[in-house]
Design a protein around this ligand. Structure first.
Ligand code: ADP
Length: 384
């Protein structure tokens, strides 16, 4: 019985109503019993019926003389029992009202709570599309709305998780299939055991390696566990360092790599290695997606309390519909083209965006269209 009351909100509500009524009835009984004789006296005096207060004073019964029928004492006893009867009836009526009200109110309070409990159970069993039905605007409705927000977030995370597993398996399958095919060809004697064949297998294994490295890096930046060693960084000299590293790639395609930092550029508050990683990714992409003989320009200028770095190229450009998606994981405008052009996994820009945003900056891509070049712009906070 006690366990039932402990486990049911409706029962607790009923007990609390009954407790309030019981306390009210006790207080009323005590108060009325002490006031009753005085009040009775006043009325009798008002009616011109003389009586003598006893040693108990106005509060006691001693003043009401006589005990037989028709006497003042009998009148008082009748009056008091009538009053007590009314009090008992009122108490019982109040208890019945409490029972009905507790049933009505507890249904109003319990229905959304029970709905939430049911939905939680379903979400826990993997049905992330479940939502609590909302009605009204009280605290319970607000709790329901917050609950639905949380469920929405869980749904998104679950979708991302599934998508990630799908994407990763797809990305792993391609080089693995190539390695397996080459090995089978070698075993069957269809492929010659030449250096070229082994180099092809090696290149695919290399791709697998890069993919695993990229995935590791991605999980680090996406887990927001990126530890940034923030220091004042001279972005112009960082541009030169990165450009020097990428010069062989630019020279092999006769691409002119121009660096144009504004004079007197303020330093930026950044992790130097991470900022270099973003530059390497953007300049590397620009070199990769620009045909031989093109131009890649890297500019830097102060904009408000930030420094804006722009990497523009005269390359293949990005079609309008793809601009918003190229920062998504594994997204490539043209998968076959990207593979042929060096086997990008489509994670580089996702990592670059996570790094820039971890610094409090923004990154965006612009392109007038296919074949008309692209511009990638990112910001880093300037040192004040
Ligand atoms: P990837 O390793 O494939 O280069 P990224 O995340 O760095 O991966 O880039 C995602 C996609 O964005 C690329 O596959 C390519 O389609 C497109 N892209 C990135 N940079 C450029 C650029 N400078 N010009 C044209 N397309 C680009």
């Amino acid at each position: 019985m006690i366990a039932y009351f402990r486990d049911h909100l409706g029962a607790k509500l009923l007990v609390s109503y009954l407790a309030v009524i019981a306390i009210g009835a006790v207080v009323l009984a005590f108060a009325s019993q002490s006031i009753l004789p005085g009040s009775f006296n006043r009325h009798m005096t008002g009616m011109g019926m003389a009586f003598r207060p006893g040693p108990g004073g106005m509060m006691g019964m001693g003043g009401l003389q006589g005990s037989g029928p028709g006497t003042m004492g009998q009148l008082y006893v009748d009056y008091r029992s009538g009053f007590n009867e009314a009090l008992t009836t009122a108490g019982l009526a109040a208890a019945a009202a409490a029972l009905i009200l507790s049933l009505v109110f507890s249904r109003g309070v319990l229905a959304p709570v029970q709905a939430m409990s049911r939905v939680t159970e379903r979400i826990a069993s993997g049905r992330y599309d479940e939502r609590v039905p909302l009605s009204g605007s009280d605290e319970l409705a607000q709790l329901g709305a917050r609950f639905n927000q949380m469920a929405e977030k869980l749904d998104q995370v679950e979708t991302m998780r599934r998508q990630l597993i799908g994407d990763v398996s797809h990305e792993l399958r391609t080089p693995l299939t190539a390695i397996k095919g080459s090995m089978e060809g070698l075993i069957d004697g269809v492929l010659p055991a030449s250096t070229e064949t082994f180099q092809e297998i090696h290149a695919e294994a290399d791709r697998l390696n890069r993919l695993v490295d990229d995935l590791q890096e991605l999980s680090r930046v996406e887990a927001r566990s990126l530890e940034l060693q923030i220091r004042p960084v001279d972005i112009a000299s960082l541009m030169y360092t990165v450009a020097k590293r990428l010069t062989p790639q630019a020279e092999s395609k006769q691409i002119s790599l121009r660096l144009e930092p504004t004079a007197g550029l303020p330093k930026v508050r950044a992790d130097e290695d991470r900022a270099a990683q973003v530059l390497i990714n953007l300049i590397g992409n620009a070199l990769q997606y620009t045909p031989d003989g093109g131009t890649v320009t890297v500019e830097a200028r102060p904009v408000g309390d930030q420094v804006e770095i722009r990497v523009s190229d005269t390359g293949i450009g990005i079609p309008q519909g793809h601009l918003s998606e190229i920062f998504d994981r594994f997204y490539r405008v043209d998968k076959s083209r990207s593979r042929a052009a060096g086997g990008g996994s489509g994670i580089g820009l996702t990592i670059a965006r996570a790094i820039v945003e971890a610094h409090g900056g923004r990154i965006r891509a612009e392109s007038p269209g296919e074949g008309q070049g692209s511009t990638f712009t990112f910001t880093l906070p300037a040192v004040k």
